[in-house]
Design a protein around this ligand. Structure first.
Ligand code: ADP
Length: 472
């Protein structure tokens, strides 16, 4: 099969979160299973662009409303990532350093999608599937079906994967002229709640819709930022497929970001060496259990509850734990987390920013990973933590519910709680601290138990291929 993935992110080219990890891994495994998987994404000005060699694949032009623009598609020369990688350059829109967060994101991603379809109409053949990821590519299923200029592609199956349904790409009807000439009778297929909603449109128009865990698919029917009824109505074409993790990148035995490698057998000593590095760098006490949080400091991740939960845990455990935070996001939360540091010298620290290398060291050196998420479509952090022998302390939701079993249940290796509140988080931290201080044997058993879990991509890749196989 020939599958073309269209995405705003792909690790290591550009990543802002889990979407990048998935689009960097799934095509590699599809290629390894004998299929042709291609990724096309915007040509941001990231390091990866300058460090690799490219050839020009196509030059074209298109319109975004009244604005005529030219675009170039370049292809990475050496197949370095294990699949064909294409970047779309649109001067003035995509030539930026960051992936998201600009005032003209609507224009940037709409123009990107138009350029991608335009490029595909010039191919000598048609792909077997167009696989779109999240709302930045959500207009494609509609456009290939109903834009007159793209008639040639109208029968190409589209699959849409929801990595996060909170962000939907809303745009007012005043921007409907951005979409190339389309069958206006079909306006209902673009709309939700009186605006153009690319995520809703993709759910309506894609041939199949997948979510990145089974529990998240269930939860969308009662919590999806306004689309609950749509998910109930379209449930027949939706499938939950749990993400895998890229076992080549995320392996403590060979991880290129780590100085001290370890395996299941050497997990206790290996983790301690990494913990030592973290404790030296962030002035923490090596003898206390180390809890880390890695992620976007936003409401979805319940990052706003962390300051209270930390204060409460430090109080109830008499400063008997270490907490280290890595993340960036809402300024208020960044500020609150930063200003806690001087109150707990030797016990607490924070790194505001994005740092891939530090995140690897934290998965390797921490004893526990905190994930109190209010919403978690799949969550990769807990799977990385498990692979590095770090006990996940997670809220009972979405992919966290699907991947972590509480240590109180049969053969469980994690800690689960129900509410994203300071009380529940701090109670869970106390459970973890007690395990750390009173039952080292059980803690080591849990570490080895979770390191054996196979969360690799092979399984998920087969499930995606089954979904493609059903598209007729
Ligand atoms: P999201 O909702 O952000 O996509 P996921 O759990 O699916 O959450 O994926 C998050 C990914 O981003 C993980 O690979 C995690 O290690 C990484 N990550 C998040 N924030 C940071 C950060 N500040 N520095 C380094 N890596 C980060």
């Amino acid at each position: 099969m020939e599958i073309i993935h269209v995405s705003a992110e792909c690790y290591p080219v550009a990543k802002a979160g889990g979407l990048g990890d998935v689009v960097g891994a799934l095509p590699k495994y599809q290629t390894a299973m004998g299929h042709t998987a291609k990724v096309v994404m915007p040509m941001y000005r990231t390091k990866f662009l300058y460090q690799n060699d490219w050839i020009i694949d196509f030059k074209g032009h298109a319109n975004l409303g009244n604005w005529w623009f030219s675009f170039t598609v370049i292809k990475e020369k050496t197949n370095r990532l294990g699949f064909d990688l294409y970047l779309v350059d649109i001067n003035g829109l995509l030539d930026r350093e960051k992936v998201y967060g600009y005032d003209d994101d609507t224009e940037r991603f709409t123009a990107f999608q138009i350029a991608v379809i335009n490029w595909m109409t010039h191919w000598q053949h048609k792909p077997d599937v167009i696989h779109c990821h999240d709302h930045h590519t959500g207009l494609i299923p509609f456009m290939v079906k109903y834009c007159y200029d793209y008639n040639k592609l109208a029968d190409v199956p589209t699959v849409f994967t929801i990595h996060n349904a909170q962000y939907q790409g809303w745009m007012g009807w005043n921007k409907s002229s951005y979409i190339p000439r389309w069958d206006s009778w079909k306006h209902g297929l673009l709309e939700w709640n009186k605006t153009i909603n690319p995520l809703a449109s993709a759910v309506k128009n894609a041939w199949k819709v997948t979510t990145v865990s089974y529990s998240y698919l269930d939860e969308l029917k009662y919590n999806s930022n306004g689309l609950e009824k749509l998910f109930e109505f379209e449930k027949g074409k939706c499938v939950g497929i749990l993400n895998g993790i890229d076992a080549d990148v995320w392996d403590p035995a060979v991880d290129t970001y780590l100085e001290n490698h370890f395996s299941k057998e050497s997990v206790t000593e290996g983790k301690l060496k990494n913990k030592q590095l973290l404790c030296e760098r962030f002035n923490l006490d090596i003898n206390k259990p180390l809890f880390v949080f890695i992620g976007r400091l936003v409401g979805e991740k319940a990052a706003d509850v962390l300051p209270d939960a930390i204060v409460s845990s430090m109080y109830s455990l008499n400063n008997g734990v270490n907490v280290l935070i890595l993340g960036s996001g809402e300024p208020q939360v960044e500020w609150q987390l930063s200003q806690l540091a001087p109150h707990y010298p030797g016990n607490y620290n924070v790194f505001i920013g994005y740092n891939e290398a530090l995140s690897h060291l934290m998965y390797a050196g921490a004893d526990f990973l905190l994930m109190p998420s209010r919403v978690e479509p799949c969550g990769l952090n807990q799977m990385y933590a498990m692979r590095y022998g770090t006990v996940p302390v997670v809220r009972n939701t979405g992919g966290l519910r699907d991947t972590v079993v509480d240590m109180g249940d049969f053969e469980g290796w994690g800690i689960r709680f129900n509410h994203a509140t300071a009380g529940d988080i701090s109670y869970s931290i106390q459970r973890a601290a007690k395990l750390y201080s009173d039952d080292e044997v059980h803690l080591n058993w849990m570490r080895q138990r979770m390191m054996k879990i196979d969360n690799s991509w092979e399984n998920a890749t087969k499930q995606y291929l089954n979904v493609y196989g059903e598209l007729k």
